[in-house]
Write a protein that binds this ligand. Structure first.
Ligand code: SAM
Length: 267
């Protein structure tokens, strides 16, 4: 993992999404969006060279930072910043029970390649992370925050909406990073509910319904649901009163929840 051959000439590791933020104003505004106050416990994933870590500590937070790159973790630790704990680990494999608090605000500039997987992991433990403020590829941020009917509305929007209200906070152009990435970035804030925001019993069934409905975005629900639920698809639509000629991109969170409740009854 830490072999020198993995690094580019600039000393960064491309596979780990190491585009470092260099604009302190963007860092400050990102931390402000998280509403961090004195004494808050913050989880930072991928602190890198610490541009977000410094204003978080400055706001009085205790920061627990999980960094996969040992060299960066060493550098950060050598600065002996009061209030900072650095852990060398892959967040995707990190045992959440090792976190210092059962409820933490998350602030991170996520690597592009694993950003959605990291977010999925966070939303998989909604009671632990009531607020998540992350920088991501702009296109992904737009999908997270999209409402029904919007071009960016898709399965990621609905799966996120089950647990969180998402709002775009800030656009961040490539020039704010070194090296500059090829795509635009954005900061998104998620206010997370500890329980589903609409009544469903089984989040796995919800996921199955949503994935099936969006599997072919342009097709009618009658057809997309049939692929996953066979002959039961008609019954789902009939019992929920949802017109089978509609497309997934027009359905609200509540309508997906209604389909899920019927699918739970069939299971
Ligand atoms: N926070 C810094 C900044 O804003 O400049 C660095 C952001 S950079 C986009 C992503 C950071 O996440 C890098 O420091 C990288 O080494 C780290 N990283 C990548 N994958 C990770 C993972 N699975 N777990 C923990 N850290 C990871």
């Amino acid at each position: 993992m830490s072999g020198r051959g993995d690094r580019s000439g600039a000393g960064r590791r491309r596979a780990l999404g190491q585009n470092f933020l260099i604009d302190p104003d963007v860092a400050r505004r990102t931390v402000e969006a998280a509403g961090v106050v004195q004494g808050d416990r913050v989880l930072e994933i991928g602190p890198g060279r610490g541009i977000l870590t410094s204003p978080l500590l400055g706001a009085g937070a205790g920061v627990f930072a999980v960094e996969i790159d040992e060299r960066l973790a060493d550098e950060l630790e050598r600065r002996h910043l009061p209030g900072l704990t650095v852990r060398r680990a892959d967040f995707l494999r990190f045992d959440l029970d090792e976190l210092p608090s059962s409820r933490m605000t998350v602030v991170a500039n996520l690597p592009y390649s694993t950003g959605t997987a990291i977010l999925e992991r966070l939303l998989g433990a909604p009671a632990r992370f009531p607020r998540i403020v992350v920088m991501l590829q702009k296109e992904v941020a737009a999908r997270l925050a999209a409402e029904p009917g919007a071009r960016a509305y898709g399965s990621l929007s609905v799966l996120t909406a089950l647990w969180a209200r998402a709002a775009l906070v800030l656009d961040v152009p490539p020039a704010c990073f070194r090296p500059p990435p090829k795509v635009d970035s954005a900061v998104v804030r998620l206010d997370v509910s500890p329980t589903p925001r609409v009544p469903v019993r089984d989040a796995e069934v919800f996921r199955r319904v949503v994935r099936a409905a969006f599997a072919q975005k342009r097709k009618m629900l009658r057809n997309t649901l049939r692929a996953a639920f066979g002959d039961d698809a008609e019954a789902l639509l009939e019992r929920t009163g949802i017109d089978g000629r509609r497309r997934a991109e027009t359905l609200s969170l509540e309508e997906f929840a209604a389909l899920t409740r019927e699918a739970e009854r069939l299971a």
